[in-house]
Design a protein around this ligand. Structure first.
Ligand code: MN3
Length: 204
C-alpha cells in the first residue's frame, strides 16, 4: 500500500508563510485523495508490488490507458506531495551546507542564482504543475518544471527530484490568491535544506 508521509510539524507550524488552512486542506484532502485513488488503481492494474519510484519510472509497462493515466496523475500526486511536505519545516530557510551547497554553486553560479532560476521556472509554469530541483547518480543537478502531477521520474532521464515547489493554486490560493510569485518567494522561508541535502545524498 502506498502511503502519505507523516508530517513532523503541526498544520499551523509553517505560518505565516504557508497558512494552517492551506496545509490542512492540501495534506488532509488533496494528498489523501491522490493516495487513496492511487491505491485503488494500482490494485486494479496489479502493480502494488512496485515501490512508488519504480512505479512512476515504468508507467509505460501499464497496458491499460485509463489505468496508466490515472496512476500517472494520482501516483504523481502521492509521491510529489510526500517530497513537498517532507522538505518543508518550521525550522527551514537559509541556505544548504556541504556537498549540495557546493554543487548548487558549481552548477548555477551561486545559491541566489539557483533561487532565481527555480523561482522563475515555478512562476512561469503555465497552469497547474511543479518546479523541481533534481539530481542524477553522478550528482548532477537540474531545474525543470512539469504540468499536472508529472515529475522528473517519468521522463526516463535518470533524474530524481530532491526539492519541489507545488504551483497548483490549491498550494497557495487561500492566502496568496493570484499572487503565485509571492508564495514562491515566501516558501524559501520554510524549505528545510538539511532534508533536501539528505535527498541529494540518497541519489548518489
Ligand atoms: Mn498540491
Amino acid at each position: 500500500m502506498y502511503e502519505q508521509i507523516k508530517l513532523d510539524y503541526a498544520f499551523d507550524a509553517l505560518e505565516p508563510y504557508i497558512d494552517a488552512l492551506t496545509v490542512e486542506t492540501h495534506y488532509g484532502k488533496h494528498h489523501v485523495n491522490y493516495t487513496n485513488t492511487l491505491n485503488t488503481l494500482a490494485e486494479k492494474a496489479g502493480v502494488t508490488d512496485k515501490d512508488i519510484v519504480s512505479l512512476l519510472s515504468s508507467l509505460d509497462s501499464i497496458a491499460d490507458e485509463t489505468l496508466r493515466k490515472g496512476i500517472r496523475n494520482n501516483g504523481g500526486g502521492c509521491y510529489n506531495h510526500n517530497l513537498y511536505f517532507g522538505t518543508l519545516s518550521p525550522n527551514g530557510g537559509g541556505e544548504p551546507q556541504g556537498k549540495l551547497a557546493d554543487k548548487i554553486a558549481a552548477t548555477f553560479g551561486s545559491f541566489d542564482e539557483f533561487k532565481e532560476k527555480i523561482s522563475n521556472a515555478a512562476a512561469t509554469q503555465f497552469g497547474s504543475g511543479w518546479a523541481w530541483l533534481s539530481a542524477n547518480k553522478a550528482g548532477d543537478l537540474k531545474i525543470t518544471a512539469t504540468s499536472n502531477q508529472d515529475n522528473p521520474l517519468m521522463d526516463g532521464s535518470g533524474y530524481t527530484p530532491i526539492m519541489a515547489i507545488d504551483v497548483w493554486e490549491h498550494a497557495y490560493y487561500l492566502k496568496y490568491k493570484n499572487l503565485r510569485a509571492e508564495y514562491i518567494k515566501q516558501i524559501f522561508n520554510v524549505i528545510d535544506w538539511n532534508k533536501v541535502a539528505a535527498n541529494y545524498e540518497a541519489c548518489l
